[in-house]
Write a protein that binds this ligand. Structure first.
Ligand SMILES: NC(=O)c1ccc[n+]([C@@H]2O[C@H](COP(=O)([O-])OP(=O)(O)OC[C@H]3O[C@@H](n4cnc5c(N)ncnc54)[C@H](OP(=O)(O)O)[C@@H]3O)[C@@H](O)[C@H]2O)c1
Length: 324
C-alpha cells in the first residue's frame, strides 16, 4: 500500500485526489522506486484537463527521483539501493512509490541531489533534445526562446548561452525578465507589453532568427513564424496558452521556406541509447555548473492541486517539485 494522486475525471485542479493505492511487487523488467521528490510539469495540466486524453481512472505525473527499493525478474539496468531518476512516462509519478520499467531509469551521479533531479529530468532532457538534436544550436546563432523564466525556459536559456548563442527570451512580467537575464538571456522581451516580432527584427538587424523554441503555443505561434529568417525552424513544443490551430502549409512558403516541427520528449528518448546520451549531456552541463537548476517552488505531493493552480496562473518561475 502507498499513497498517490489519482484522477477519476478530467477537470480543474480539484480533480486531483490523494488516495491509498496498491503497490504490487515489481513485475518482469520493472523496478519499485520510492520517490524522494516528484517533478511538476505543464504537461501534467494537459493530462488533468483532458487536452492529452488518458484512460480513466488514471495516475498522473511523468517525472521523479528516488531510491530503487525492489527489482523484478530480468532487470539489468539498476540494482536495489541505486539513486535514480526518470522522465517521460509511463504516467503515475505523483506517488510516494511506484513500479516503473527499469529501462526508463537513469542512475544519478552523486553530485545531483534528488530535488535537483526531480526538477530537471523532464525539462532538462527536453532542453537537451531541443538544443542539441531538433535544431542543433551553433555558436553565434541568435535563438528565440519563449517563456524564458519558466521550467524549460530557464534551463534552455542557460544552455543555449553556454553553446555560444545570442539568447533572446520572452517573459510575461518585468520580474521574470530580471530572472531570465540572470540565466543566459542577452535580450529580454516582455511579450505582455511589447511586440516581440518587431523587437526580434530590431535585435537581429532585420534578419530574424534561425530558430524559435515555442512552448507557449496558440498565442505566440504566428509571431514565432514571423520572427524567423528564411529557411528558419519553428520548434513548437508545447501549448501553455492553448493548442495551435491547424496550419495552412502555404504560409511556410510565403514566409520564406520555413520549417515547423512539433517534437516530444517521448520520441527523442524512446530508445534507451538516446535516453542515456541525452541524460549524460544533461548531467554534464548541470554538474559543471553551466546550467543551474532553479527549484523555486516546493509543495507537499498531496497539495498538487495548489501547484497546478499556481503553474497555470503563471505564478511560478523555474522548476517546481512535489515532496511525498
Ligand atoms: N514537447 C515536449 O517534449 C515538452 C517537454 C516539456 C515541456 N513541454 C512544454 O514546454 C512548455 C513549458 O513547460 P514547463 O513545464 O517548463 O512550464 P513553464 O514554462 O514553467 O510554465 C509555462 C509558462 O508559459 C507561459 N505562458 C504564456 N502564456 C500562458 C498562459 N496562457 N497560461 C499559462 N502559462 C502561459 C508562462 O510564462 P510567462 O508568464 O513568462 O509568459 C508560464 O510560466 C509547456 O508548454 C510544456 O507543455 C514540452
Amino acid at each position: 500500500m502507498t499513497y498517490a494522486i489519482r484522477i477519476h475525471q478530467t477537470g480543474g485542479p480539484e480533480v486531483l485526489s490523494w488516495e491509498s493505492v496498491d503497490l504490487p511487487a515489481p513485475g518482469a523488467g520493472e523496478a519499485t522506486v520510492r520517490h524522494a521528490a516528484v517533478g511538476l510539469n505543464f504537461i501534467d495540466t494537459y493530462h488533468r484537463t483532458g487536452l492529452y486524453p488518458l484512460p480513466m481512472p488514471s495516475g498522473i505525473g511523468l517525472e521523479g527521483a528516488g531510491v530503487v527499493e525492489a527489482i523484478g525478474p530480468g532487470v539489468t539496468e539498476v540494482q536495489v539501493g541505486d539513486r535514480v531518476a526518470y522522465a517521460g512516462g509511463p504516467i503515475g509519478a505523483y506517488a510516494e512509490a511506484r513500479n516503473i520499467p527499469a529501462h526508463r531509469l537513469l542512475k544519478l551521479p552523486d553530485a545531483i541531489s534528488f530535488d535537483t533531479a526531480a526538477a530537471m529530468m523532464l525539462q532538462g532532457l527536453t532542453a537537451a533534445y531541443l538544443l542539441r538534436k531538433t535544431y542543433r544550436v551553433q555558436p553565434g546563432d541568435a535563438v528565440l526562446i519563449h517563456a524564458a523564466a519558466g521550467g524549460v525556459g530557464l534551463i534552455a536559456c542557460q544552455w543555449a548561452k553556454a553553446l555560444g548563442a545570442t539568447v533572446i527570451g520572452t517573459v510575461g512580467s518585468a520580474a521574470k525578465g530580471e530572472l531570465a537575464k540572470a540565466h543566459g538571456c542577452d535580450h529580454v522581451i516582455n511579450y505582455s507589453t511589447e511586440n516581440f516580432v518587431s523587437r526580434v527584427r530590431e535585435i537581429t538587424g532585420g534578419e530574424g532568427v534561425p530558430v524559435v523554441y515555442d512552448g507557449v503555443g496558440k498565442d505566440t505561434f504566428m509571431g514565432s513564424l514571423d520572427s524567423l529568417r528564411p529557411l528558419g525552424m519553428l520548434v513548437t513544443y508545447g501549448n501553455a496558452s492553448g493548442p495551435v490551430p491547424p496550419l495552412d502549409l502555404l504560409l511556410l512558403s510565403q514566409k520564406g521556406s520555413l520549417f515547423v516541427t512539433r517534437p516530444t520528449i517521448v520520441s527523442y528518448t524512446a530508445k534507451r541509447a538516446d535516453l542515456e546520451a541525452l541524460g549524460a549531456e544533461l548531467f554534464d552541463v548541470v554538474a559543471s555548473g553551466k546550467v543551474k537548476i532553479e527549484v523555486h517552488q516546493r509543495y507537499a505531493l498531496k497539495d498538487a492541486a495548489q501547484a497546478h493552480s499556481d503553474l497555470e496562473a503563471r505564478k511560478t518561475t523555474g522548476s517546481t517539485i512535489l515532496i511525498p
